[in-house]
Design a protein around this ligand. Structure first.
Ligand code: GTP
Length: 239
């Protein structure tokens, strides 16, 4: 088996990756099969000895920025709670793979999870516990991509693994433009200058300013996470 090229990784799991498909074709809630498949993926790389931190989105329940007339701060608070639901569900699925897990939340809810404390999170990782960070950054107006970037910098992750519906970073939207060209490598600066929508600009600039490598790949192929961990040339590397 190939060897991992990273010691400590931060995986950004989108809420969509956990969702059920409704009859109208929309994604909503949590599908236990999807949850299990993400947990099995995590187990594959856990068994290689990689330290794993996770930030989960909440878009399968709620999108704070798209709630029309609602006050944005309130909408974002609801979104943060959505990430906690996903974090707890994912923790349970990972535990079912017999892997120790800790959940830490940026907003204190101590009956449910530990509070986010950076040094304690690092200790959990060193002890081989998968550590899931809920509530995003704990602030409105910041996405879970920004939370992933922030936590990656704080815990000294070697890379952010970003599994997306699209299998990498393209010069334009490949869904709308069949002639879109995929980059295999690109800099953070180019992502920002060309407005490439890998992640939002706050998250991308945080990664640029702190030299955080991002590996973007397609979520649909379940081997991709393993391939990315082993440094295989899939998707797009931003560094
Ligand atoms: P070590 O200190 O390295 O042994 O870590 P540990 O997480 O095993 O020990 P700790 O005594 O901190 O936690 C034991 C269990 O309680 C773990 O499952 C933690 O996730 C959980 N836990 C710790 N603090 C809190 C908290 O404030 N709230 C909740 N709900 N659970 C907590």
């Amino acid at each position: 088996m190939s060897k991992p090229v990273y010691k400590r990784v931060l995986i950004k799991v989108s809420g969509e990756a956990l969702a059920c498909k409704t009859e109208s074709g929309k994604s909503f809630g949590i599908d236990t099969n999807m949850l299990k498949s993400v947990a099995e993926n995590i187990k594959q790389i856990y068994d290689m000895g990689v330290e794993i931190a996770i930030v989960v989105g909440g878009g399968n329940f709620w999108r704070g920025a798209q709630n029309g007339t609602m006050d944005r701060t309130r909408a974002d608070h609801i979104g943060m709670l959505a990430t906690v639901m996903n974090s707890l569900a994912l923790a349970d699925a990972i535990e079912q793979q017999e892997i120790p897990v800790r959940v830490q939340t940026a907003i204190e809810m101590r009956e449910i999870a530990e509070q986010y404390i950076r040094n304690k999170a690092v200790r959990h990782l060193e002890k081989g516990r998968v550590t899931i960070f809920g509530c995003g950054t704990g602030n409105p107006f910041f996405t879970t991509d920004t939370a992933a970037a922030l936590r990656a910098v704080e815990i000294g992750a070697d890379v952010i693994l970003l599994a997306k519906n699209v299998d990498g970073v393209y010069d334009k939207d490949p869904v709308l433009y069949p002639d879109a060209v995929k980059y295999s490598r690109i800099t953070h600066q180019e992502v920002l200058q060309k407005n490439l929508k890998v992640m939002d600009s706050t998250a991308a600039s945080l990664c640029r300013d702190n030299n955080v490598k991002i590996h973007v790949f397609g979520v649909k192929n379940s081997d991709n996470m393993l391939k990315a961990i082993c440094g295989e040339d899939i998707g797009t590397v931003v560094e």
